[in-house]
Design a protein around this ligand. Structure first.
Ligand code: PMP
Ligand code: GLU
Length: 398
């Protein structure tokens, strides 16, 4: 039989983050004691007032029906208002599309903006879904590598060296998944000015906006570089900020013509996001941010603890990231060296296999993020699991 699936979809890989999370969960379901550092997902329950709002929404017959494909009007208003409060970006509800998570919002953006053959600049390490979504839209992905020395932050010079006449857009993620890097305001402004100067669109993924530590501060690119605003799409969501990954609510904020294109697309693909989830997101955005501050304080404590231990292991170099809830150590000093638990790991994929099989800890290899030689750990897991998991890693690599 000839290959039944489309070339387009054959060309993309499964999400490595979701695959590893599923593998760890399956092992646990089979009775194995696995600690999952894989999923980038808060271990906290969704705040009570959000759950209560969703329960009320379940009982409201008006919400048992289809609603506007781009989101409940009250939620679009609340998103515009919260964006103004949180980042200072002045956006109207007509610029907002509510989607099934930030991931779906990003998919809409690539579909709406990219023509086959356009080039998409991805500072690497990048989140796994960017290149695949860009390719699905027909783009050519141009990775712009960064390293530990630069704090995993791309410079304007690097972007300029990668720019061609076909460069359509840059994906800019700060705080970053997978590295946790947070760009200082002046560097964000410089990148925004560069993009504006050359007519390059910027997709600003701000999903970790509230998760910054110490003196680091998140700034929104179109706020600090207003010249870039007319070619800027901001993507955000409730998943990370409010511990709501399973509710599937994210959004884009884009200039009205792009928003209208995404609305047309979404009206044929998914229609509205589940109304109960939208009601929950509304309660989250209209509610207090102190619940977020409490979660952030916990992440901050775990970040220091986990980083210190990892950085002390031979062959492991672990920078202290300023945001998100990931550590992204280089394990270059371990790879190809003396056997680890009786096996020689030549790549970070192999090292992750060894760690899962012998230490029962699930980590994500850097390959999926365009950074072989590194591993990603999420520290958004309970204190007890974190301590046990780190002990297990130290037993194998220490
Ligand atoms: N962007 C980044 C950088 C992420 O880490 C995630 C979470 N996987 C998303 C977007 C999408 O989040 P969600 O679809 O859960 O809202
Ligand atoms: N953002 C998370 C991660 O990177 C969730 C999994 C996913 O959607 O890829 O692990």
């Amino acid at each position: 039989m000839t290959e039944p699936t489309s070339r387009r979809v054959r060309a993309i890989a499964e999400s490595v983050t979701l695959a590893i999370t599923a593998r760890a969960k399956a092992l646990r379901a089979a009775g194995e004691d696995v600690i999952g550092f894989g999923a980038g997902e808060p271990d906290f329950a969704t705040p009570d007032h959000v759950v209560a709002a969703a329960q009320r929404a379940c009982a409201d017959p008006a919400l048992h029906r289809y609603s506007p494909a781009g989101g409940l009007p009250a939620l679009r208003e609340a998103i515009a208002a919260a964006t103004g409060r949180n980042s200072g970006l002045d956006a109207g509800p007509d610029e907002v599309v509510v989607s099934n998570g930030g991931k779906h919002a990003l998919f809409n953006v690539f579909q709406a903006l990219v023509e086959p053959g356009d080039e998409v600049l991805l500072p690497a390490p990048y989140w796994v879904s960017y290149p695949e979504q860009a390719r699905l839209a027909g783009a050519e992905v141009v990775a712009v590598p960064t390293d530990v020395a630069s704090g995993f932050r791309v410079s304007v010079d690097q972007l300029e060296a990668a720019r061609t006449a076909r460069t359509k857009l840059l994906v800019f993620c700060s705080p970053s998944n997978p590295t946790g890097a947070v760009y200082p305001p002046e560097q964000v402004a410089a990148i925004g000015r560069w993009a504006a100067r050359h007519g390059v669109w910027v997709v600003c993924d701000e999903i970790y906006e509230h998760l910054v530590y110490g003196d680091a501060r998140h700034v929104s690119l179109p706020v600090v570089a207003p010249a870039a605003r007319e070619r800027c799409v901001v993507v955000n969501g409730v998943a990370k900020t409010y511990a709501m990954t399973g509710w599937r609510v994210g959004w884009s904020i884009a200039p009205p013509p792009v928003t209208r294109a995404m609305l047309r697309l979404q009206s044929h693909v998914t229609s509205n996001v589940a109304n109960v989830s939208q009601a929950a997101a509304l309660a989250a955005l209209d509610g207090p941010l102190d619940v977020v501050a409490r979660m952030r304080d916990t992440y901050a404590r775990r970040r220091t603890l986990a980083r210190e231990l990892l950085d002390s292991l031979p062959g492991v170099e672990c920078p202290l990231p300023d945001g998100a809830f990931y550590l992204f150590p280089s394990v270059a000093g371990v790879l190809g060296g003396p056997p680890v638990a009786g096996r020689t790991a030549r790549t970070s994929v192999e090292l992750c296999d060894v760690l899962l099989e012998t230490a029962r800890v699930a980590l994500v290899p850097g390959e999926g993020f365009g950074a072989p030689g590194c591993l990603r750990l999420s520290y958004a897991l309970s204190d007890r699991e974190l301590a046990t998991g780190l002990d297990r890693i130290a037993d194998v690599l220490g």
